[in-house]
Design a binder for this molecule. Sequence first.
Ligand code: GDP
Length: 431
Amino acid sequence: MVKAIVGANWGDEGKGKITDTLAEKADIVVRFQGGANAGHTIKNKYGKFALHTCPSGVFNQDVTNIIGNGVALNVPVLMKEIDDIIARGVPKPKLLVSDRAQLVMPYHVLFDQYEEERLGGKSFGSTKSGIAPFYSDKYAKIGIQVCELWDEEYLRDRLENICTLKNVMLKDLYHKDELDPTELFNTCMEYRKMLEPYVADTSAFICDALKEGKTVLLEGQLGTMKDPDHGIYPMVTSSSTLASYGAIGAGLPPYEIKEIIAVTKAYSSAVGAGVFTSEILDAEVAEELRRRGGDGGEYGATTGRPRRVGWYDCVASKYGCRLQGATDVALTVIDVLGYLDEIPVCTGYEIDGKITTEFPTPRILEKAKPVLETLPGWKCDISGIRKYEDLPENCRKYVEFIEEHLGFPITMVSNGPSRDDIIYRESALKK
Ligand code: GDP
């Protein structure tokens, strides 16, 4: 059976922690989209890790970790990540890389930087990991699949063509150094050497495993709001962040995805530019939440950038869960809110004088003002609690208030960064 773990919001919801927790009972963990532009933070017996490319099952020796065909694969970043975790005492993980995954090339990273420079103040707040140029090339059919690394003549030909196209932009638009096909070919050969032990037909591997009754976790990156179709376009990422894309990005039948766990944080955070309706505008109030947030503050796992923080947004999250097709919701980082006397929650948007609970299209979203309802806080430390009924009443009310506004069952409540900091909960909404 296949379970997808995906973000219902803007990313950084704590998916890595939930995947790491669920990976204890899984056989395979698959990354199916995105690249090294975002990170999962995981805390376990080996320490605290920020993973950018490795699937979150790498800490569990019984799990096979797969880089699916939908991923933007930055080979040196992947290799460094594996070396780093091994150097910190984690046994060598089992890893497979799809022969159909495509390569993030050094020029993708350069184009990302040059374009952000060109746009100046109008930039998209890219992490400059080459993701947008990578996916543009993939769909323009000038990307390089892993399997092409073993087809030298063909690869040389493709690289010649890529250089012809790219060099026009480098010379005339960005006024930068041009690319050399021989140099790129040599880089590809280095990547081939690094990847050799890992390359496989991962789609076939997963489908065989499913026939044997194995459990597969699909691990999403970012969240619904960053989906290029359903998110806050153009302030989105370049590959689909939705569970349904997991079928494509891992190469498995869509009907195999039986559980979709939409992860949502008990308050909001977002990185980069873009509308963020429930953002806390009082700098002091925001800074306190940012400082206390997550595990060690709300600062990007990849860039270290301070994240923007906001109150929980029921409108965005309800939409986020719907587009993910949530069968379960995991509400995370709720322990952090224990310091607040009162907790505002965004339950609607006011747009042109009318109140709605439906998430609008991006241009209309820009006009939305948050409608806030305030709930009483619980004013104590709830980390360490393992049973839902042991949570303070106001904390349970907070969870139930959110569940009612979402209309999706909250079956997991995460009250700390570690694997065991999880409360499983019965929900009347769970069919
Ligand atoms: P991801 O990309 O969705 O995996 O999210 P990130 O790793 O960027 O951000 C989540 C942060 O919150 C990390 O620092 C986690 O260690 C931390 N975290 C996850 N769940 C909890 C929780 O329930 N409580 C606390 N305090 N921190 C958590």
